[in-house]
Structure formats: C-alpha cells, structure tokens
Ligand binder design. Structure first.
Ligand code: PMP
Length: 374
C-alpha cells in the first residue's frame, strides 16, 4: 500500500503567506466560474424538485443528467454516445480510482506518458500496478517506443492524456493517435483516455474516443463549471459499464444535489457560455506564458505546449529549493519530480495558467527568472 501527498498539495501548504503569482493551481480561471448561474440553478432545482435533490443518488448517476450530458458530449467533444453508456462519477479522479479498482491488480502493466499527472496515477500505484513510462516529445508520447515497450512487458492498459497533456501541455499528433489505436488493437491493450481540457480550446484535435469506440473515456466538468462540484463521467459499454455501476454502490460518491445542479446548468446552456469565454481566454493566457518564458527564460521549456493549462520547465537547480525562495517573492509552482515514472528529475517544475490572472503571468515569469538566475 503506497500513499503519499501530491506535490500540488505540498507546494500549496508551503505557501503560508499570500501568493501573488499562483502557477501551481490546476483550478480554472475564477473569472470564468459561473457562480451566479450556480445560485440561480440551485434555486430552480429547489423549486422544481424539492426533497428529491437530497435523496440518495442511484448507481450510474441521475438519468436526466446522463441524457443532458450525452447532448453536451456530442456538441462540445464531438463524441456520439448513448446516455446509458455514461456513468456519472465524483470527478475524473474518482473515475480513474474506480477504473483502477476494477481493472488493476498487483503487477498489472500500465503504460503511461512520462512525465504524467501525479494525482491520477496514485490510485493505480495503490492497486499495485506496475507503471511503465513512455517517453514524450512535442507530439506527445512516442508511439514507436510504446510498441517496443509492449513487446518487452506484454499486454496491459494505456493511461493517456492525449489532448492538452498534464503536465507538458502537448497534444498527441493525429498520426500518433492512429498509431496508438493500431498498437492497442494489435496487442490487445485497453486505453483509458483522460480528457479534461479538450473543450476549453478551439481546434484541439480529435479525442481517441471519437476515433475508436473501444476507448474508455474519462471526462469532467471541473474545468468548466468548477472543480468543487466534483462531477465527472466515464463513457464505456458492456461489462465494464455494468461493473462501474455496481462499484458505485460502494460509496455513491457523486451527490444528488450537485448532479441536479449540473443538469440544470447544462440545460440552460451555461456550460456552452463558459466554453465560449474559455476559447477566448485560455489560448491568450497560454501564449502569454510561452512568450514570457521565451523572453525571460529562453531555454527553460522542455516541451512546446499546444493547449490546456500547463508548461513543464527545466529549473536548472532543485525545484523544491527554488520554490522555497520563490514563495518569499510571492510565487508558487509545482516541483516536477513526482510527475516522472521511475526517474529522478529534481530540476523540473510544472507551471499552470489555470487560475492566475492573465495580467500577472509576465511579471511572475520575470520574478521566477530572477530567482532561477541567482
Ligand atoms: N486528470 C487530469 C489530466 C487533470 O489535469 C485533472 C485536473 N487537475 C484531473 C484528472 C482531475 O479532474 P477532476 O477535478 O474532475 O477530478
């Protein structure tokens, strides 16, 4: 049993004083969170459904929400889905936790991008899975190297964030997406696609799920409607769909109240309004980050981000030491070491543009460059 604190949590705890430049948080921009609409929806569902909104949730999720989500998934993510194949979860992390419980045992081989998102691999490690890192470049995971690894280690599961990767910001190229799906078919690999960021940017490229229906798709509304709502979903079918519904009976984690809330928000088109604003704001924020890095820390970027919230940099010195100094100047980021699989890379860090104000990005990188160069 291996339990550990996420470096995102640890970095945030270190910052006891006020943080001016928060490059650590993966939360969405506070200006886009539809807090007034959430209040309106709360009043609407209270009026319309009364005590039903605090009844026990059913396994698999609220039918009305699943139907509304199937429309949203079609429109925002270009995936055609029967609502019965959508299982509501308490966020994407919960989805990945229950998928890990169902699909992974001691020594199950799981291929993951290296680096990968530290928090979603925690439940896989807890199951005792053996994680194998796939090297990455600016086009995402190197699928030729994946195929060699599969020849070595045998069949297993691929966990991937193909679009707008966390923590590198890159997207898997179309050719490699096709190659990955071919490899999966040829070697009998299951694919779990974790996809929180595709809908936040225009032209992010296809999801693997829209190219091949065998892919197990994990989605979330955290980055659009708010991470504290804890509403995510899995799209899958057959036995796995049934098993997910059964395992949900172990905790009924997604609350009925928030399921009704999200249902009403989707019905009223609030998610689409946020997406429209996101398409305008996040590309500008990411561009500001990349341009500031190019100007103040020209060789720091380890990958060229294309979308999402993150950039991954070489800090030249131990990132935790740098962070301790950075916090004194009001700057927060996440040291990158724990994002790597079986590799020690202490001189790396993840920078996020999620919740920092766009006007603070350039100044923040300037401050970071002074700390890094001294
Ligand atoms: N997967 C990835 C790749 C993420 O970046 C995040 C958010 N940081 C999550 C999952 C977690 O999403 P949720 O809030 O829905 O659990």
């Amino acid at each position: 049993m291996r339990l550990y604190w996420s470096p995102v949590e640890l970095a945030s705890r270190l910052a006891r004083r006020g943080v001016r430049y928060n490059f650590a948080s993966g939360a969405p921009d506070p200006g886009l969170l539809p807090i007034n609409e959430i209040r309106r929806s709360f009043e609407r569902i209270y009026e319309k459904y009364g005590a039903a909104v605090i009844a026990y949730p059913g396994a698999g999720g609220l039918r009305e929400l699943r139907i509304e989500l199937s429309r949203y998934i079609n429109k925002a993510l270009n995936i055609r889905v029967d609502w019965r194949n959508i299982i509501i979860t308490a966020g994407a992390q919960h989805a990945i936790k229950i998928l890990s419980q169902l699909l992974m045992r001691r020594r199950t081989i799981v291929y993951v991008e290296n680096p990968t998102f530290v928090e979603t691999i925690a439940p896989m490690k807890f199951q005792g899975a053996r994680l194998i890192g796939i090297p990455m470049d600016d086009e995402g995971m190197n699928t030729h190297k994946l195929e060699n690894l599969v020849r070595n280690y045998g069949p297993g599961i691929v966990y991937t964030v193909p679009n707008c990767h966390n923590p590198t910001g890159v997207s898997l190229s179309s050719d490699r997406k096709r190659h990955l799906l071919e490899i999966a078919e040829k070697h009998g690999l299951k694919i779990i696609e974790d996809d929180p960021y595709t809908s936040l940017y225009p032209n992010t490229g296809q999801t693997l799920k829209s190219m091949n229906n065998d892919v197990i798709y994990v989605g979330t509304l955290s980055k659009i409607l708010g991470p504290g709502l804890r509403i995510g979903f899995v799209i899958t079918s057959g036995k796995l769909r049934n098993d997910l519904e059964k395992i949900e009976q172990h905790d009924f984690a997604a609350s009925t109240l928030t399921q009704y809330l999200v249902y009403d928000l989707l019905r009223r088109g609030v998610a689409y309004d946020v997406i429209q604003k996101a398409h305008e704001l996040y590309p500008r924020k990411l561009r500001e980050l990349i341009e500031s890095l190019d100007e103040y820390l020209p060789s720091a970027l380890m990958y060229r981000p294309s979308c999402g919230f993150y950039a991954f940099i070489n800090t030249k010195a131990n990132a935790w030491n740098l962070l301790r100094r950075g916090i004194k100047q009001g700057i927060l980021f996440v040291p990158g070491n724990k994002f790597f699989i079986n590799e020690n890379r202490p001189n790396t860090a993840r920078l996020s543009i999620g919740s920092i104000g766009i006007n603070l990005i350039r100044d923040g990188i300037k401050v970071l460059s002074v700390i890094m160069n001294n």
